[in-house]
Design a protein around this ligand. Structure first.
Ligand SMILES: Cc1cc2nc3c(=O)[nH]c(=O)nc-3n(C[C@H](O)[C@H](O)[C@H](O)COP(=O)(O)OP(=O)(O)OC[C@H]3O[C@@H](n4cnc5c(N)ncnc54)[C@H](O)[C@@H]3O)c2cc1C
Length: 380
């Protein structure tokens, strides 16, 4: 199952070459300054990697969830925040690709695949992201347009110089509850669409996560994505696919933490003895090696199911839960192996716990994944 086909191997080599050749030598000042690396993102996008998963007829790479998991993992091994920019761009692309009309895809998916702009996903609202059905942002049909009012939080990639659009979920029929939600494309520059300021986060430092505001924001009717009232269905599928990418980013982060721990531990002696003579340090790394392999299998399995059009939601939740919690454990072990040095920002390992924590929250927290998996117990 882990054997890559020729296209996947070429993709992996291409992304790794960008990550090693461009990201590794250039990214640290951006991370330290919490700054979006505009030129690097533009360079990566121009290589066509943003479109890896999507239809070739809209200038995508046609490699589905398996391909995009390879991209997310390979970026995260070098810089988890860069993987964040990729996977947060993928969510709005997925919703347009899966549900948009051919016209909408030509207008928005194709330029996103070609890397001419990036997008942000607008689902979470200030009063609680874990219950996506409780969205309050309102879209009213005024005959010619949809008129949006409301706000979103944590919308990653928005407000950057490359930001071209957000996909936004809003209530179109308050009487229908979860069946009254719909998704819209809102292009940057639309009157009444405003983006807030980015705060400093302890993970995903180069990927700004900001508020979106809609004040009598009028958008053309054709920017409705798919069918009216299908918003919740669209979010659930998009989030399930997104969780495969978050899991893959967590796998990349686990590998990064493992490599740093291994390299430091091999060279460190204390009192004249190598620290790796102590099984207290090597056993957690043996567990990490084992569980990294398990995570890789789970992610590949979920991606294969998704690409084959088979049910994959529970597998994607399990992969996301397992891989993101694993990333936290391996990051913790890696800091411990470094002793006091692991607490200093000069050491790359010091920031990895924050990176792992983000992955346990985005696209549904660990608790939400457990709720979704546990639902299988009661499903008839
Ligand atoms: C860095 C970052 C980037 C993000 N990017 C985006 C983005 O691009 N687009 C977007 O739309 N959103 C984005 N999000 C939002 C993210 O998906 C939400 O933060 C997440 O879904 C949790 O929602 P919340 O923060 O409102 O927490 P809450 O929903 O308030 O949850 C708080 C705590 O309560 C727990 N909890 C809530 N309900 C239950 C329950 N029923 N059972 C058990 N425990 C429960 C949660 O697990 C959590 O621990 C981002 C978040 C972060 C941190």
């Amino acid at each position: 199952m882990l054997t890559l086909n020729d296209d996947e191997r070429a993709l992996k080599e291409g992304v790794e070459s960008f990550a090693e050749g461009e990201l590794r030598p250039q990214i640290k000042p951006f991370v330290d300054a919490h700054q979006f690396p505009e030129k690097l993102v533009a360079q990566f996008s121009a290589l066509g990697f943003m479109g890896t998963a999507y239809e070739p007829e809209y200038d995508g790479g046609g490699l589905g969830a398996r391909g995009s998991a390879i991209v997310a993992e390979s970026l995260s091994v070098i810089e988890p925040g860069f993987a964040a920019i990729y996977l947060c761009n993928s969510a709005p692309m997925t919703v347009i690709s899966r549900y948009g009309s051919p016209e909408l895809k030509r207008e928005w998916l194709a330029p996103l695949c070609r890397g001419e702009m990036i997008a942000s996903f607008g689902v979470t609202e200030p009063h609680g992201g874990s219950d996506v059905a409780s969205i309050k942002t309102r879209a009213v049909d005024d005959g010619n347009c949809w008129v949006l009012n409301g706000s979103k939080v944590f919308s990653t990639n928005a407000g950057t110089p490359l930001h071209g659009l957000s996909t936004v979920v809003a209530v179109t029929d308050p009487d229908k509850g979860p069946k009254g939600l719909s998704t819209f494309v809102v292009p940057v520059g639309t009157e009444g669409f405003r983006v807030g300021k980015a705060g400093h986060k302890t993970g995903w430092r180069i990927a700004p996560s900001v508020e979106l505001f809609f004040e009598d924001c009028r958008i053309p009717k054709r920017f409705l994505v798919g069918e009216l009232g299908d918003g919740l269905k669209q979010i659930l599928t998009t989030l399930s696919l997104g969780r495969i990418l978050v899991a893959a980013a967590a796998l990349g982060l686990s590998r990064k933490a493992f490599n740093l721990a291994r390299d430091y531990g091999r060279g460190r002696t204390v009192g004249g003895r190598p620290i790796f003579d102590n099984q207290g340090l090597t056993f957690p790394l043996a567990d990490a090696m084992t569980q990294i392999h398990a995570a890789e299998l789970m992610i590949r399995n979920a991606a294969c199911l998704a690409d084959a059009g088979k049910p994959f939601r529970t597998e994607s939740s399990m992969a996301k839960l397992f891989a993101s919690e694993l990333a936290g454990r391996v990051a913790d072990t890696a800091v411990q192996v470094h002793g006091g040095y692991g607490m200093f920002e000069e050491y790359e390992v010091s920031g990895l716990l924050g990176e792992a924590k983000v992955l346990q929250i985005v696209e549904g927290t660990s608790e939400v994944q457990r709720l979704l998996i546990a639902r299988e117990l009661t499903a008839s």
